[in-house]
Write a protein that binds this ligand. Structure first.
Ligand code: SF4
Ligand code: SF4
Length: 370
């Protein structure tokens, strides 16, 4: 891995070459933001890196890409700076390297989480409950009591949100943002629209140069399935909480219940999207890729796939003797995913959205002539 100072110096060198060349200026937001600058501070580079969505168009179009002596590889250098962002703004930073960027660390931590929940079910609740058949309202909570699900998941979520909130404010400050700018409703609306329609993933209509040089919409399709599958699964969990706390109706719910329908649609979309993204990643050109970002991608996408798959399996076996163990495995994987969020590729959602808000503000100021 390149030392951090060298990394930013190299990113600055490549940006200066691009700023003189400007052949790619219509490709994406990165080049529009780059052209507003003459010099590139560390904060500028963090901002530009998180505007890049790794479509790779600028790599295949570049006359200065390797083997040219200028050695310009914008997707790779910006991916390296992005990986540095996720590590730099995580707390404690060591967790990012040990768990979020190491397949072995991520796998061992996930196995540990599964072992903790399985151990609780087998040893504390006992084999009769673990391997019994439980049906009707409250069946899941006869295996893992509601408090044993709600307290750890609330604590981990609160911790993750706090880590992200601090990281986000530091990122905003380091990239030159002012706290008063965070009140810009127009910028937030523009950035939200860009995120919701995943505006920059269509490559101007032809798709990305991913997994290879040819234009393809496959990454966009799988990314959409993953993104909207995640939102549906989140909506299902939120609705289940409303039913539990406000309407006093305990899970599991009938197959035609909105909670189950949303969760099933979300789970299937997540499985298809994440499996597709992993398949594309396996086939993708390694030349414009960064090894550390590849680790982050594979760990997070695999965990998302396993969470969705184990959730769907729990639904399929919920009225059999396999439900107890399957539920424990699902809760262990989900717990690992939740805990690793601030140290994993999930950080992409936070820092990319923040960079898009900053981009919207900058474009508005530019149009207004500031
Ligand atoms: S990536 Fe290459 S072609 Fe594109 S602007 Fe930079 S130097 Fe020019
Ligand atoms: S890889 Fe795509 S998104 Fe990133 S800088 Fe190049 S053209 Fe822009």
């Amino acid at each position: 891995m390149r030392p951090v100072t060298d990394l930013f110096q190299e990113a600055e060198r490549q940006m200066i070459v691009c700023n003189a060349c400007r052949y790619c200026e219509g490709f994406c937001a990165v080049f529009q933001a780059m052209e507003l600058r003459r010099q590139f501070s560390r904060g500028d580079l963090l901002y530009l890196a998180n505007l890049c969505h790794d479509c790779r168009a600028c790599f295949y179009a570049c006359q200065y890409a390797p083997p040219h002596e200028f050695d310009i590889n914008i997707p790779k250098i910006l991916a390296q700076v992005r990986a540095e962002t996720y590590e730099q703004y995580a707390w404690p930073r060591r967790f990012a390297t040990l768990l979020g960027q190491s397949r072995l660390g991520g796998a061992l931590f996930t196995l540990l989480c599964i072992a903790v929940v399985l151990g609780f079910v087998l040893l504390v609740r006992g084999p009769e409950i673990a391997f019994g058949v439980h049906t009707g309202e409250g069946a899941f909570y006869r295996v893992v009591p509601h408090w044993a699900m709600a307290i750890p998941s609330s604590a981990i979520s609160t911790y993750g949100l706090a880590v992200f909130a601090v990281g986000l404010l530091r990122f905003w400050r380091d990239t030159g943002g002012k706290l008063s700018e965070l009140r810009s409703v127009r910028a937030f609306l523009q950035a939200t629209k860009d995120v919701v329609i995943l505006r920059y993933l269509d490559g101007g209509g032809e798709g990305c140069n991913y997994p290879h040089q040819d234009f393809s919409s496959s990454r966009r399709v799988f990314h959409h399935l993953t993104f909207y599958g995640f939102l549906l699964a989140f909506a299902s969990t939120t609705l289940a909480m409303i039913y539990h706390y406000a309407l006093e109706r305990e899970a599991p719910y009938p197959l035609t219940h909105p909670v189950v329908l949303l969760g099933t649609a979300g789970g299937i979309m997540l499985m298809l999207g994440t499996a597709g993204l992993l398949w594309l990643k396996r086939r993708s050109d390694r030349m414009p890729a960064d090894a550390r970002m590849l680790e982050l991608d594979v760990i997070f996408t695999t965990l998302l796939f396993l969470t969705a798959a184990s959730g769907m399996l729990t639904l399929a076996v919920r009225e059999t003797a396999a439900m107890g163990v399957t539920l424990a495995i699902h809760l262990g994987i989900s717990g690992a995913l939740l805990f690793l969020a601030p140290y994993s590729k999930f950080a992409h959602a936070v820092y990319r959205s923040t960079a898009l808000v900053r981009f919207a503000i900058e474009q508005q100021q530019n149009r207004a002539g500031h």
